[in-house]
Design a protein. Sequence first.
Length: 557
Amino acid sequence: MSADNASKIYGNTANLGYSTAGLVNGDTVDGLTLTSAGNLTTANVGSYGITASNATGTGLGNYTISYNNGTLTVTPAALTISADNASKIYGNTANLGYSTAGLVNGDTVDGLTLTSAGNATSATVGSYGITASNATGTALGNYTISYNNGTLTVTPAALTISADNASKIYGNSANLGYTTEGLVNDDTVNGLTLTSAGNAATANVGSYGITASNATGTGLDNYTISYNNGTLTVTPAALSISAENASKIYGNSANLGYSTVGLVNGDAVSGLTLTSAGNAATANVGSYGITASSATGAGLGNYTISYNNGTLTVTPAALTISADNASKIYGNTASLGYSTAGLVNGDTVDGVTLTSAGNTASANVGSYGITASNATGSALGNYTISYHNGALTVTPAALTISADNASKLYGQTATLGYQATGLLNGDTVESVTVSSSGADRSAAVGEYAVVAENALGDRLANYNITYVDGALTVDLPIPTDLPLAANIGNRFAAPTLTQQLTGSSMVVTHDTTTAQTAPGQTAGSSANNDIMATVEPRLAGAVCMLGADYALSCSGK
């Protein structure tokens, strides 16, 4: 009996068989023990003997049985090691794996070389083969190993590009920036489009989106890019509005102004409230604050407005106090006055010191300054006072020098005198030239002017001198024993002579009712002692004078 040669795959068992040679008579071998160490499932690949023994059957007692061993060949089992398909994100490495098919008997693959160009961190997005090789493990000599490649898919990495939040001041533009998250392998974002409506210089105060897009750079194809918008905050610009310093003259009001610093984009301040207590016409001289507030204009909602106060200086008004020109007559005092120009707000000058050397009673004729000073009144601290001098003219006083009337008898020399009226201040007339052509002793009987002139004396330059002539009467000595009437052909009794004369002249009137007649007529006399009556009507109305010859001469008839 011969054990058949057999083979099996590692890990399996073989169906062992046999063959017989020599059976006769229909004898049979019904059973045979066939054993082989190689027929264990764990038997390693190799050749093993197959031992035949213990045949059983019919009629086998009739045989001398010889057993022939066979050979059991254990062939390698098929082991398939497959690299698992894998994926990784760009920039990373994958944990490559594998699977096995065909291991038996608890055999293991403990190690395997899995390689893929795509498993470098720098491998770009795409598909790469995974090669399996060099498996190690337990009892792997019992296998015919076949390796199946896998696929490593490199997927884009997530790249987040975020527009940075930013702020800018109204009227400016911002330098927009961004941040990236996810770049690997020294990849870079070199450029990015960042847009925001708020980045125009004219954008009003508020919040605006910043949109990021169109990134450019190195290695960016290996990324799935997501863009995060940012926020651009436009903050108010600083606008400084300053009340301009100003000045005004007391009693007026100032045109208050202002200046601005910080306006942009053609914005304008078109109105502003400017107030100052000093801008009332009645505000006293001094310094007052000017408060700026409540600006109005175009685009001012885009500004944080700071107001700077100014100073309003109220300066003194010009007040001119002028001493009035005046005149006075020598020896008197003048009531000095003044005038003002420039008073406002009902202010008054109640008093001014007015002095002049010419205002003493003794001041000589001439022109003197009148000095104004030391004004007092209401609110005069609000004025710069200028004083204008006046002129006081001292005019001559009236001085009348009158030649005294005088009389003398023919043949005498007259003593002429004068009277002065109007002298003041103890002034005196020391001498006056008083003359008359009738003053000489040889002057004929008659009436002569007495002329006063050329007065001399202390301070007479202070007078306008009026000379008044006097009268000098030269009379004829009248003998008391010569009847005057005899010279005109009429006889008068001597006792009536004194009644007929007045000084050295007499007026003759014709009065027939009372006239004294010649001897033999009715006697009568004049009722007026100054009148001499005569029956000579031709002498009526005549002025008669006694001549040197004591003769009566009459004129005016």
